[in-house]
Design a protein around this ligand. Sequence first.
Ligand code: G3P
Ligand code: CA
Length: 348
Amino acid sequence: VGSRMKRPDRALLLVALVSISVLLFGLASAAPAPKIVISHRAASGYLPEHTLPAVAMAYAFGADYIEQDVALTKDGVLMVIHDIYLDATTNVKQLFPDRKRADGRFYVCDFTLAEIKSLRVGERVNPATGAPAFAGRFPLGASKFEMPTFAEEIEMIQGLNKSTGRNIGIYPEVKGSAFHHREGFDIERIFLDVLAKYGYTSPGSKIFVQSFEPDCLKRLRELGCTLPLVQLLPATAGYEAPAPLSTPAALLTPAGLDYIASYADGIGPSTTLIETSKGVPVEGYALVRGAHERGLVVHPYTFRRDSMPTVYSSFEEMLRHFYFDIGVDGLFTDFTDIAVKVLSGAGK
Ligand code: G3P
Ligand code: CA
């Protein structure tokens, strides 16, 4: 048939095919990205946070991304730990009682990798009282866990990606950027070197990089980082105002969101910037709407079944409300399994 078609007819057919392709591509690209579950400190609702067993559990639950907080050892190795201190999640006080600073804290960057590997990691406690941060979670002191390096955790997730055929992402947060620089470490450069070693180098890499400190994210851009970046927004600002803004709180204004959009791809607000701790909407969800208007994804933190506003009749109801009524694109949760069920429509 093609050989008998006249030239003008062929041209028309070509134009029609190109138009249909453009239309289909347009429809596909207009479709919203799927909402995601970010496993906060891995499956931390069930096992001690940031341990490899908790990572395996989060993976098996069906997380889309698993979160790592990272801080540096004395010998410049990135460890997966939430704090720049060791005393809330390890037995450092028992093993190295003389190594605290004047403020009474034991800093990750005062210990070598070998020393940190000798510590036992457990459930988070209040360092002042020794009481568990979440009473109903994994028992204190039970079983045996160690702290993974950032590289070890990436190898675990990438290994599972190979053996399962899935492609789960990582969602690392650089902890204490300004602190590490004061201690003489260029943490962003070390961080990017580890990521490059494991192939996280392009905007399409399965990763979001997060920080509370605008200067950290801007430093990453200065170093040539093209990965998706997320500006975390705390309930109460604990960092200095970035240069063009008068106060840290100004990041939450339209001008602040314009500023964030100049270097980041998303925001990670505390849930209390969207709703108060009693579940009352803050300014008609203006923050979420403002971010979306600027093309920023919105990934609030942290959703915990054992610490939530009483206004909701269940944890699932709260998750559904944020995902589908407020319209967030993803959320950080200690209870990955429940969020996965809610997104799949199975959560009751
Ligand atoms: O990174 C999102 C959320 O984890 C921020 O809070 O204190 O758990 O690191 P935090
Ligand atoms: Ca974090």
